[in-house]
Design a protein. Structure first.
Length: 751
């Protein structure tokens, strides 16, 4: 009941009606109520609820009912769905909802997280907009390939090549340069880590806020449309529940809803803590009860609706929306989407609007205006059961949208193309209104979003003629920003699916698979994508040098050095000032032991970009391998001057000092590098070598043990520990380690 003098909004009235009309799922609601009432140490308590079922079966509706139940039980509840595209974004939405519903105390509980998250957004925005930010192949961060590292070459000589991480780290002048740029621009170590590892920094603050709230009342976090977010949320959510970011209160419940249940293997550790709820279509009794609530009483009408809907709640709601009493208006089971969902809409203009509203991926008043609807038509449209509200607008439910699109494509191809062209022009105009050139627009979130929607609608309107331009756009995006290239490929895939154009769909999927393969270190599969792009040999692909350079990098990472050289050389022929490709070719020469050619390339890359700290550090490492230690130190000093937190360069300078016999300086650098990156195993091994050469055997053993703990197959560290045991007179242990090192690497001649 509302308070006198405070009238309900139309949205509140709609939610109230939805709650009153809710039918079925009583078992699920009862289970949820029981879970809220159980103590944390009760054996029956489940901390995670996994809800799964096909699209349209009512998962989102059930979550709305969970919200109502939780509210009646005085629990705090927050929801996130597929509109969030990252872990920080997800935490921010959940924290904001909890703060809004929990009042001042909740706002205070999350204030450390909120302030830190605001700093993250501000710093990231500043960095991405900075004209000096890495571009071309250097513009991505957190790349899995960087984390993989290559370990094959660092185990060849005790100490001298323990430190090849900088050489082998894939595209150090790409992904590494972003990290270096962040460090150089921010300076503050805490803010550097915040930008580069936002989830690791922000999650403990988020957990503290949750725990503070849960000390006073139950807290429930809802994750809807999980099939769209699991790719980035699943690992984080398991870590959150597992306590990686700090223990979570027993009064916290996680509810995950998606088309598939939580993977039983990935979540095996928590099997006894998960309740799995399968949502099936309504039973006939539940469906009839729902229709009765909607005032559908004609038996013939009920029979037709039950048959057409398959008892899916969404379709039941759509077909019953106008409370029909004439079975002839329902249409037959083989009817079109219009006959199924819009049969009872008497106004032809509104029926056409509802159909056309499936074409855009997001709806608002402006978009509806483009489709021919006025303000009243917009209000009518969004009140339909198949239209869902999202933070950035409205959208047609996927189950209905798919059928609407198929019908529209077939029913009127010319109007399909004309409407998509109109929508593409709308988004192009939105870009123009921002008055940003493309190179600056890539740094603006609104510009990028409009660019992707324009791409989607251009491809839907004319998939075959626009395909070549879309591939060129992908190459441009790849040379600018990794995340933009991924989004571009995803948009091409969606347009291929929605337009029914097989070649476009095939290309979209191929681009997505290739990028994922590269990101996961599956370089043979990634090379196949770049080979396919090169094979087009189309003059329309304006950014061909980037494609050649990326394939060259996959070959370098695979150890196929001659092929890598060929590709890098081709990229440089196409763009003689392509410093990234020149630096990568220098790396390739370095790994082949062709040091003079490597130096020539590094010199050229640095001439083109005097602040190219990655190339400067690589050149310093090349000098070290040539025994030209003073020149190595000069370059490494310069790289560190450009980026005081460049842990790789600091560690390599330490290794250079070690080989020069300047052990105290070596220790100072290696200590600093390990402080910056505690998992820099090769640097830990190098420090162990330094201790061994200083006769500080116990400290050497501690470092070798730590390096081997981080990488059990680190043959160089295992062999060096054997050397240490030998010098200590512990011969049996020395033999065991040396045997193991040789087993791992039969070519380890010094061992």
């Amino acid at each position: 009941m509302t308070k006198p003098g405070k009238p309900l909004t139309s949205q509140e009235i709609r939610r109230q009606r939805q709650q009153e009309a809710f039918t079925g799922r009583e078992d699920h609601l009862d289970l949820f109520r029981r879970q809220l009432a159980l103590a944390g140490d009760d054996p029956q308590r489940r901390f995670v609820l996994s809800i799964h079922g096909q699209g349209g079966v009512g998962k989102t509706t059930l979550l709305r009912q969970f919200r109502r139940v939780a509210g009646s039980e005085r629990a705090l509840i927050a929801l996130t769905d597929h509109n969030e595209r990252s872990v920080p974004e997800t935490m921010a939405r959940l924290a904001a909802e909890l703060a809004e519903s929990g009042g001042p105390s909740a706002t205070l509980a999350f204030s450390p997280f909120t302030e830190r998250h605001a700093t993250y957004l501000k710093r990231r925005g500043e960095l991405e907009a900075d004209p000096d930010a890495p571009r071309g192949l250097a513009g991505f961060v957190g790349h899995a390939a960087v984390r993989l590292g290559a370990k094959a070459l660092r185990n060849t000589v005790p100490g001298s090549d323990l430190a090849l991480d900088l050489i082998e780290g894939p595209l150090a002048e790409q992904a590494g340069l972003w990290a270096e740029f962040v460090s150089r621009k921010l300076g503050n170590r805490d803010e550097v880590r915040l930008v580069l590892e936002p989830a690791a920094v922000l999650t403990p603050l988020f957990v503290n806020g949750l725990n503070e709230l849960a000390a006073a009342q139950r807290v429930v976090l809802l994750f809807d449309t999980y099939e769209n977010t699991a790719a980035f949320l699943d690992d984080w959510l398991r870590d959150l529940h597992g306590g990686r970011y700090g223990g979570t209160a027993a009064d916290l419940t996680l509810v995950v809803a998606g088309r598939d249940e939580l993977d039983r293997n990935d979540w095996a550790e928590f099997t006894d803590e998960i309740a799995r709820l399968s949502l099936d279509p309504f039973t006939e009794d539940e469906a009839r009860a729902y229709l009765a609530r909607k005032n559908v009483s004609h038996e013939k009408v009920i029979e037709v609706i039950l048959r057409l809907s398959g008892r899916l709640p969404l379709l039941l709601a759509t077909l019953a929306a106008e409370s029909p009493d004439d079975p002839a208006k329902v249409g037959d089971a083989s009817g079109t989407a219009v006959e199924r969902f819009l049969k009872w809409v008497d106004d032809p203009a509104r029926r056409a609007l509802a159909l056309n509203a499936a074409l855009p991926r997001r709806l608002n008043r402006d978009i509806v205006g483009l489709l021919g609807g006025d303000a009243a038509a917009f209000d009518w449209l969004i009140a339909n059961p198949f239209i869902e509200r999202r933070p950035d607008g409205w959208t047609c439910h996927s189950v209905v949208r798919e059928q609407m699109l198929r019908y529209k494509r077939t029913e009127s191809p010319a109007e399909w193309a004309a409407l998509h062209t109109r929508l593409a022009d709308h988004y192009r105009a939105a870009q123009d209104d921002l008055a940003l050139p493309p190179d600056k627009g890539m740094d603006d979130e609104n510009w990028r979003a409009a660019d992707l929607e324009a791409l989607y609608h251009r491809l839907c309107a004319r998939p075959q003629p626009e395909l070549a331009a879309a591939l060129d756009g992908f190459a441009v995006a790849l040379g600018t920003r990794w995340a933009t290239a991924v989004a571009w490929a995803t948009t091409m895939t969606a347009a291929g699916e929605d337009s029914g154009h097989a070649p476009l769909l095939d290309w979209g999927r191929s681009l997505k698979r290739g990028l994922q393969a590269y990101d996961e270190g599956r370089y043979e599969d990634a090379a196949a994508l770049f080979t396919r792009l090169i094979a087009l040999n189309s003059p329309g692909i304006a950014n061909q040098p980037v494609i050649w350079a990326y394939r060259g990098e996959t070959y370098r990472l695979l150890g196929r050095y001659e092929e890598a050289l060929t590709d890098f050389t081709r990229a440089i022929e196409l763009d003689p000032n392509f410093s990234g490709a020149i630096g990568s070719r220098g790396q390739t020469y370095q790994q082949m032991g062709r040091y003079e050619e490597a130096l020539a390339d590094f010199n050229r890359a640095i001439e083109l970009d005097p602040n190219f700290s990655g190339a400067i550090a690589h050149r310093g490492e090349t000098y070290r391998q040539m025994g030209r230690y003073e020149e190595a130190l000069a370059d490494l000093n310069r790289a560190i001057e450009l980026d005081p937190n460049f842990s790789g360069a600091i560690a390599h300078r330490g290794e250079t000092y070690r080989q020069m016999g300047r052990y105290e300086e070596a220790l100072a650098d290696l200590n600093r590098a390990i402080e910056l990156d505690p998992k820099l195993d090769w640097a830990i091994g190098s420090r162990g070598q330094t201790y061994r050469q200083m006769g500080r055997y116990e400290e050497a053993l501690a470092d070798f043990n730590r390096a081997i703990e981080l990488d059990p197959n680190f043959s160089g560290a295992i062999g060096s520990r054997g050397q240490t045991y030998q010098q200590m007179g512990r011969y049996e242990e020395a033999l065991a380690d040396l045997n193991r090192a040789i087993e791992l690497d039969p070519k380890l001649d010094w061992a």
